[in-house]
Design a protein around this ligand. Structure first.
Ligand SMILES: *[C@@H]1O[C@H](CO)[C@@H](O)[C@H](O)[C@H]1NC(C)=O
Ligand SMILES: *[C@@H]1O[C@H](CO)[C@@H](O)[C@H](O)[C@H]1NC(C)=O
Ligand SMILES: CC(=O)N[C@H]1CO[C@H](CO)[C@@H](O)[C@@H]1O
Length: 352
């Protein structure tokens, strides 16, 4: 009797314990992009290839470089240049890649004109297309643009909607102290775009930025969680990480904002991303709570097991100082955290 009870108790407890497990590092960090920052990647529909992009800041040019892994992230190879130009007059950064249903690849990125180190004369989100798996790239469209001044456009994120249309999320400044998260749609693979819908930040004076979006509980669900940073250190408001959600694949978004992480003691948490790993959501962000000079700090992840309502298991992936993390899922229990430290981008595998 006793051993039977023991067996039953163990088998009942085990799934609960394994559900509550935090992700841990699996192996050493792998070089993702030399001279590179802002690493991002996706898994292609072939189920094998990981395709990514980063910003190479070496030399006089800034360059958006496409990278590929064909061995589940064990190594990454630069395969093509999406766009490049002199850093003094052209600011390309914030790449995000996407695979269309027809297999052609897109890369969205910020592509601003500059007349001085911090003087922007024109802001745009540019979209380029590759028909050969990411080796060569051509201009496709400019889904968002603004004249120079305070209304900058930043950090595009691309996602396929359930009706196969394309959704472009990005951040747009509306003043020196306010920025909102925006959404535009394309039904022809990125050639033509809708006007912008504000999905976070209406009526609130904070810098909502660096939006990322994941479906929950699976990719066929119309429920999506959009993660973003908000705050404004220039107003004495440190950054923290929040979400809004949609129940209908992005048509309507909750006015309610749910916190993912707000550090104590006036420290910042920001530059988030979100992915679904199996039935869980994983959020990544940078934070200066363990040191580092913001926006540099530690890279951490948290986990939600209830569709993005409660977040637990804060886990340090990289100690200070690192920044600009992204993530890409491998399978139902593992994923890569991509980040920059010391001017090189790395991929750290994590597993539940
Ligand atoms: C720098 O950018 C220009 C385009 O503005 C390009 O012609 C040139 O080849 C680039 N140089 C390097 C080293 O990539
Ligand atoms: C989960 O979130 C809900 C809503 O905020 C809250 O009422 C509940 O206490 C949370 N549960 C846990 C386990 O934190
Ligand atoms: C309806 C519409 O706006 N069509 C445009 C879609 O994009 C292509 C490529 O830029 C334009 O040529 C069309 O005019």
């Amino acid at each position: 009797m006793r051993s039977l009870t023991c067996l039953i108790t163990t088998s009942l407890l085990f799934p609960i314990l394994s559900l509550a497990q935090a992700p841990s590092k699996s192996g050493d960090p792998i070089t993702f992009g030399v001279g590179g920052t802002y690493p991002r990647a996706i898994k292609l529909a072939d189920g094998q290839t990981l395709l990514g992009a980063y910003t190479d800041t070496r030399g006089d040019n800034k360059t958006i470089t496409a990278v590929r892994s064909t061995n589940n992230g064990a190594s990454w190879e630069p395969i093509g240049v999406v766009d490049t130009g002199p850093a003094a007059t052209k600011d390309v950064d914030n790449p995000y890649v996407y695979e269309r249903p027809d297999g052609k690849l897109l890369c969205a990125f910020r592509n601003h004109d500059k007349s001085g180190p911090t003087t922007y004369t024109f802001y745009r989100i540019t979209l380029c297309i590759s028909e050969d798996g990411g080796v060569s790239w051509n201009y496709l469209q400019t889904p968002a643009s603004d004249p120079g001044g305070l209304t900058g456009d930043w950090e595009p994120f691309l996602q396929r909607a359930l009706d196969s249309s394309l959704q472009l999320y990005y951040s747009r400044e509306t003043s020196g102290t306010d920025q909102d998260s925006l959404l535009r749609r394309s039904t022809d693979g990125g050639a033509n775009w809708s006007s912008a819908q504000v999905i976070s930040g209406t009526g609130i004076e904070t810098r909502d930025g660096m939006v990322g979006v994941a479906h929950t509980p699976d990719d066929s669900s119309p429920i999506k969680v959009a993660i973003f940073e908000t705050g404004d250190p220039s107003l004495g408001v440190p950054f923290s990480v929040w979400t809004v959600r949609t129940e209908n694949d992005g048509v309507d978004w909750s006015e309610a904002r749910t916190v993912v992480y707000q550090p104590a003691g006036g420290h910042n948490a920001g530059a988030p991303q979100i992915i679904r790993v199996g039935d869980k959501l994983v959020a990544s962000f940078g934070t200066d709570e363990d040191g580092g000079v913001w926006p540099q700090g530690a890279i951490k992840v948290m986990v939600s097991r209830d569709g993005g309502v409660n977040w637990t298991d804060k886990t340090t992936v990289v100690a200070p100082s690192a920044a600009w993390a992204g993530m890409v899922g491998l399978d139902d229990s593992s994923f890569f955290v991509l980040y920059e430290t010391g001017g090189t981008s790395y991929a750290q595998k994590m597993a539940f």
